[in-house]
Design a protein around this ligand. Structure first.
Ligand SMILES: Cc1cc2nc3c(=O)[nH]c(=O)nc-3n(C[C@H](O)[C@H](O)[C@H](O)COP(=O)(O)OP(=O)(O)OC[C@H]3O[C@@H](n4cnc5c(N)ncnc54)[C@H](O)[C@@H]3O)c2cc1C
Length: 597
């Protein structure tokens, strides 16, 4: 690609990103704080807990859901039939699962995101198809209505969705708009009298379309007074003339119970009253909605991780080879321990991230992206470990692991491919320190006029580098881990500053660097969540039984040590790597260089 074209494309990406990022003053979140060398403890500590009344309600809800799932949910049958039975969907509706976080005024149960995550962990532990169906309906399908709907829209559309009488879907993806969500091509042209919009275009890979009665659809609308177009969200119903389902249930590898569709809009008229959120702000609507989806991703993957551990432990204790139970071999122990360490961190990270939403942090894009990437990659490793422990037995369809493996593969791709999210985490995280450098540079041009600003900016940048932030854990046992985390945050900040100074605006193209910084940031966030959880458990020893304490203590300890090494490795590789060789190898292969082999 020629340079002007690259610059133009980059400018466009930067403009789109700027539009999406929250403007104006806002509280500093935990993830953005890490990039500035700070630890904003209030968002992570103390470990989140529901109020006693809500805890009671959630315990009851979880018990009810468990009982229902025990009696009615057969994940293997759902996978074989490639369908979720209507009585399961209706039952989940009756239990309030399909409207759990919606407010009571529209018939919802008004649960916090933290409590909802507990319920979704139960579902995720049993059947990925069913949890993805619920997510597509509740976490993303009706989320735009809950967040951006006018009072009138909420009154009209939400009650049947919340009760589960009607189901919802979220339609963003198109052939040309996958990871590049801003590249939606579906058009919505205003009618001559301005009363409605005419939609034309196609969507693919959309969950729930075959069963949904309400879809949030992203389409491109003209920007008044300009030649440009922007994305707008519309409420669409399948009875609108011109709504065509091209393929209701695309055949697929996993999540076979979900109905994933291709659909088209052919001159479909949508009343202007169905615009959801501000005209032209659909991309922001879509990405805000996906933020919610990513928290429940964390919950569902945590549930699936627990199931894997249960299966692996059972097999490792029962199966004997070489005259011993598999669990007696060190290389099996290593896997079991690694699984437990990751699962402990996944649960902690899910709870903390969900609580950020509940506690009113305005901008939690980075934390939800970190949660999604971290938990989906951890689950993939965990399933792989459980699979390996089972040996050949895992490969057969009479056991759940082959289904779990097939179901889990999409997690690293859907709702933001992990590569795209890593890049996003890094670039958005570096935005604030980058701006400070820019301001510092600007101010240094006129130091006499702005000496105070220069002084303050300099102090801020240098201060973070010199001081390791304090991680306020209460329990003595955790102090060494907390000090180590503080040191790692300081080192991370130093590397962020170095990367910014070294690459300047070229950092936008340096994905090897972005990935390492994102990986380190995710590990720092995960470690902070683990410390918070463990601190709370130690404070509350009476509630935890001895076995849990032993397992939890070791799992937390193991995670923190492993995480520290992974951070060290990611940051060291910023300086000691073979990135140039990687690029040369890939370029040669991409250019067809393997043909002559
Ligand atoms: C079962 C299933 C259910 C789905 N449900 C829905 C739904 O309900 N609603 C909806 O709107 N969508 C849905 N999707 C779509 C899903 O969100 C997309 O598949 C996802 O966003 C990725 O887009 P893509 O498949 O076009 O991959 P592409 O965009 O073609 O990307 C392919 C790969 O390229 C790499 N890549 C792409 N861009 C970059 C980059 N900038 N840097 C580095 N690497 C990059 C990544 O490794 C990525 O995995 C679903 C998909 C599936 C498979």
């Amino acid at each position: 690609m020629t340079k002007p074209k690259t610059d133009a494309r980059r400018d466009k990406q930067v403009r789109e990103a700027e539009e999406l990022l929250f403007a104006g003053p806002q509280k500093l979140g935990v993830a953005k704080g890490l990039f500035l060398g700070r630890f904003v403890a209030d968002w992570v500590m103390p470990y989140p807990a529901a109020s006693p009344e809500e805890e009671k309600r959630v315990d009851h809800a979880v018990a009810e859901v468990r009982g229902f799932l025990d009696r009615h949910l057969d994940a293997a049958a759902i996978d074989r039939a490639a369908d979720i039975p209507a009585d399961v969907i209706q039952g989940l509706g009756r239990l309030g699962v399909l409207g759990m976080t919606a407010p009571a005024e529209v018939g919802g149960r008004g649960f916090s995101q933290l409590s909802y995550c507990r319920v979704m962990t139960e579902l995720g532990a049993r059947c990925a198809s069913t949890s993805v169906f619920v997510n597509a309906h509740h976490s993303i399908g009706m989320r735009a209505l809950l967040l951006f709907g006018t009072p009138e829209q909420k009154r009209r559309w939400l009650p049947p969705l919340v009760s589960g009488e009607q189901l919802a879907a979220f339609a963003l993806t198109e052939t040309e708009a996958g990871s590049d969500a801003a590249n939606v091509q579906t058009e919505a042209k205003p009618s001559a009298d301005g009363s409605h919009y005419i939609l034309n275009g196609e969507k693919r890979y959309i969950t729930n379309v075959a069963i949904a009665r309400v879809l949030t659809v992203m389409a491109r609308t003209p920007v008044p007074g300009k030649t440009e177009t922007a994305i707008t969200a519309f409420l669409v119903t399948p009875d609108m003339p011109g709504f065509v389902v091209l393929e209701p249930r695309m055949e697929k590898l996993g999540l076979r119970g979900t109905a994933t569709a291709r659909l088209a809009f052919r001159n479909m008229a949508v009343p202007k009253e169905n615009i959801l959120g501000p005209l032209g702000k659909g991309l922001k609507v879509a990405l805000t909605v996906l933020d919610f989806g990513r928290t429940t991703f964390g919950a569902c993957t945590t549930g699936a991780a627990r199931t894997c551990i249960g299966l692996a432990v059972q097999h490792a204790n029962q199966r004997r080879q070489f005259g011993r139970a598999l669990g007696e071999f060190e290389l099996v122990k290593k896997k079991i321990a690694r699984m437990a360490a990751y699962a402990y961190a996944m649960q902690a990270m899910t709870a903390v991230t969900a609580s950020l939403i509940d506690r009113g942090l305005e901008d939690y894009m980075l934390e939800t992206a970190m949660l999604k990437v971290f938990t989906t990659e951890a689950l993939w490793e965990i399933i792989n470990d459980a699979f390996q422990i089972h040996g050949g037995a895992a490969y057969f369809t009479d056991r759940p692991l082959e289904r779990m493996l097939r179901d889990a593969r999409i997690n690293q791709i859907a709702e933001g491919a992990n590569e795209v999210l890593k890049s996003f985490i890094s670039l958005v995280g570096m935005r604030a320190p980058g701006q400070q450098f820019q301001e510092l540079q600007e101010s240094l041009r006129h130091p006499w006029g702005e000496w105070r600003k220069v002084w303050m900016l300099g102090l801020d940048r240098v201060g973070a580098v010199v001081r390791a932030p304090e991680i306020p854990v209460a329990h003595l046992q955790l102090k060494p881990h907390a000090q180590q985390l503080g040191r790692l945050i300081r080192r991370f900040n130093l590397e962020v500053n170095r990367a910014l100074l070294r690459h300047r605006e070229e950092i936008l193209e340096r994905q090897y660097v972005q990935e390492r910084l994102a990986s380190a940031a995710m590990e720092l966030f995960a470690s902070a969540c683990v410390l918070s959880r463990r601190d709370a458990e130690l404070q509350n020893k009476r509630r935890a039984n001895a076995a849990l304490n032993g397992a939890a203590e070791n799992a937390a300890d193991l995670f923190l040590r492993g995480s520290s090494s992974r951070i060290d490795q990611a940051l060291s590789e910023l300086h000691n790597n073979c990135d140039g060789l990687v690029t040369r190898t890939a370029d040669a292969v991409l250019a067809g260089g393997l043909e002559a082999w």
